[in-house]
Design a binder for this molecule. Structure first.
Ligand SMILES: C[S@@+](CC[C@H](N)C(=O)[O-])C[C@H]1O[C@@H](n2cnc3c(N)ncnc32)[C@H](O)[C@@H]1O
Length: 255
């Protein structure tokens, strides 16, 4: 019996109907699973990433469901952040992902500016932002505190620049003077994400990156709509990642 099976498996002249399709499906599933396993294993083995996670836990800003996104952001930032260019984050909340970016600055671009945009008092008011179709409500995520985030980011070689208030009020006033190597957008709402794109994209250096936290999450329907809409008229296409994030790499000859 076993030699019959072996013959079926190795012969090229005859295979059961559907064999090739089934074979491809199984190999694809195994590759996906294998990729995910290696992704997690590399996170566990990364000494600097584990040190960053320890800082998040020590400051009580670690959020377990975000672990794959933390690792993905860490890796993308390692690949993108360069000396002489600034970094920005829209949607800081209690500073978890900002601390990841700060640790990368120490390693890759000491003294780079880290621009941080948030109310630091929760989602902005409904007088300023349209919440139609959104899951988040005004005042959600209000348990943030600017002073605590300042403490979390008080690291030699990091220059955090706080832009406190609704994006709409702080954006027109602010730099940075240099170009951006990386922007992390984690602002959940359609209008917020659109404003962040409008500010960050033209300031991003060729080869620089914008990473979106919220692309494939059911509780942020406006975010993916804003990203799709903004990039519909640009030469770059957002690339969705298996973590639910998305990224855009600025082309050399973008508008
Ligand atoms: C999901 S939280 C960010 C989480 C953070 N990146 C992390 O993982 O540690 C989203 C944040 O976006 C901020 N936000 C959203 N829209 C905003 C706007 N228009 N102006 C200022 N802050 C905004 C909220 O205040 C909230 O702190």
């Amino acid at each position: 019996m076993s030699s019959l099976l072996q013959r079926v498996a190795t012969t090229t002249s005859w295979r059961p109907p559907g064999y090739l399709r089934a074979h491809r499906r199984v190999s694809n599933a195994l590759a996906l699973f294998g990729g995910w396993r290696v992704f997690r294993r590399d996170a566990e083995r990364s000494v600097p990433f584990q040190a960053t996670l320890r800082s998040l836990r020590a400051h009580d800003v670690y959020y377990e469901p975000k672990l794959p996104r933390y690792w993905q952001l860490f890796q993308l930032a390692e690949a993108t952040v360069v000396p002489g260019a600034a970094i920005a984050e829209f949607g800081v909340y209690r500073g978890g992902t900002a601390r990841i970016l700060a640790d990368i600055i120490v390693r890759r671009a000491p003294d780079a500016e880290l621009h941080l945009f948030d109310t630091f008092a929760g989602m902005p008011s409904a007088d300023e932002y349209d919440y139609a179709g959104e899951v988040y409500k005004p005042g959600d995520l209000a348990d943030a505190n600017e002073e605590d985030v300042r403490g979390l980011l008080a690291i030699d070689a990091v220059r955090p620049v706080f832009h406190v208030g609704p994006f709409r009020d702080t954006l027109p006033l602010t730099g940075p003077d240099g170009e951006l190597s990386l922007t992390h957008i984690d602002a959940d709402l359609y209008e917020s994400v659109l404003e962040a794109c409008e500010w960050a994209y033209p300031r991003t250096r060729p080869g620089g990156m914008i990473v979106f936290d919220d692309y494939a999450f059911a509780d942020c329907p406006g975010a993916s709509r804003a990203i799709a809409e903004y990039f519909a008229t640009r030469s770059e296409t957002p690339i969705v990642l298996p973590t639910g994030q998305a990224l855009v790499v600025k082309q050399v000859s973008g508008p």
